[in-house]
Design a protein around this ligand. Structure first.
Ligand SMILES: C[S@@+](CC[C@H](N)C(=O)[O-])C[C@H]1O[C@@H](n2cnc3c(N)ncnc32)[C@H](O)[C@@H]1O
Length: 320
């Protein structure tokens, strides 16, 4: 492998890697060949570590980004007989593979958000530190891009995007500033608007934050890619797809996503008597156990070595 390829492969450092391997340990130690689905292949770091940890493991993997599929196919080529990869939104995972493929798994893994490959390529438009087009599409064949959200959404719809993205009191001022700067040409111009709005607000209510564009960019990206909708649909399909004894492990980087995940895992873990007043109690059986009462977070040293891991929250659920 040439060094250029090596550095491309090394471009994304898998977050909470040891913790992910630990979480799947009982699955990797199953006597028969365990089947694991990686819903967010990205650079393939977690997938590779899982395949290396268990020589019998059969891994199916999806990503919405065709560049991720190409990259991971090359990286994992030595495991060709144990992997199936497909470009798909993970919420459609039961339909992502040929029918002969079984869509029940002993392990399901999702590492939400964007990869360093996507962030580092200015032309993808995800980064507020590099000049690029207002794009932010993970699947580049979809029509909706960041440019539509920024330059065409009417004021209240745009403010709603920021509110859902946890931009709080900045949501309305941001939508107003963007509306009056249209057409916004590129990522740096958008980042500049975010900084100016945050600066004005800071004078009224000082508050520590990462870069002022972090949350607004994340909010627009979540809108462009329908990330909350995908996560909701994905979670609704888990009960029919996770085999008994199997584990679901989800890493999220945004508090709204983490709340969704935590709420759903808690719901699946509730005892039937707690559900007796709900309609159709027979369909509301306990599905399993939530193994992380509190989300796992990266150690200080991981956060130091990989600042992008800072906001990661990992939750584990076991099907009974
Ligand atoms: C944080 S990266 C995953 C990194 C990966 N675990 C690794 O070790 O390299 C997230 C990946 O998920 C993909 N993704 C995000 N939302 C998705 C969705 N709804 N369906 C499929 N892939 C998605 C992104 O395209 C990105 O490549």
């Amino acid at each position: 492998m040439d060094s250029g390829m090596q550095s491309i492969i090394e471009g994304h450092v898998p977050v909470l890697l040891e913790e992910v391997l630990d979480a799947f340990k009982p699955v990797l130690e199953m006597p028969a060949s365990p089947r694991v689905l990686d819903c967010t292949l990205g650079g393939g770091g977690h997938a590779e570590a899982l395949l290396e940890a268990c020589p019998k493991l059969l891994l199916s993997g999806v990503d919405r980004d065709s560049a991720a599929i190409e990259r991971v196919s090359r990286r994992l080529s030595r495991f060709a007989d144990r992997i199936s990869l497909a470009q798909s939104d993970y919420c459609d995972f039961p339909d992502a593979f040929e029918r002969k493929e079984r869509d029940e798994y002993h392990g399901i893994f999702a590492d939400l958000g964007v990869s360093s490959f996507q962030l580092d390529q200015a032309e993808r438009g995800f980064s507020f530190t590099k000049r690029g087009p207002l794009d932010m599409r993970m699947d580049q064949s979809q029509a909706l891009s960041a440019s539509t959200v920024v330059n065409e959404y009417e004021f209240s719809r745009l403010a709603g995007v920021f509110l859902r993205g946890e931009c709080g009191a900045l949501s309305h001022p941001l939508a107003k500033a963007i509306e009056s700067s249209r057409p916004v040409q590129d990522t740096l111009e958008l980042a500049d608007i975010c900084s100016r709005v945050a600066e004005k607000q800071r004078r009224k209510a000082p508050r520590k934050r990462a870069h002022a564009a972090t949350l607004p960019f994340q909010a627009i990206r979540i809108e462009v890619n329908g990330e909350l909708r995908s996560l909701e649909t994905f979670l609704s399909r888990i009960p029919e797809s996770l085999l008994p004894g199997g584990r679901l492990v989800i890493i999220s980087f945004h508090s709204t996503e983490d709340r969704f995940v935590a709420r759903m895992m808690r719901e699946w873990s509730r005892e039937p008597q707690e559900l007796r007043f709900l309609p159709e109690p027979s369909e509301k059986q306990t599905l399993g156990r939530l193994l992380t009462k509190k989300a796992l977070v990266p150690t200080d040293s991981e956060q130091e070595q990989n600042p992008r891991s800072r906001s990661a929250r990992m939750r584990i659920f076991e099907r009974c």
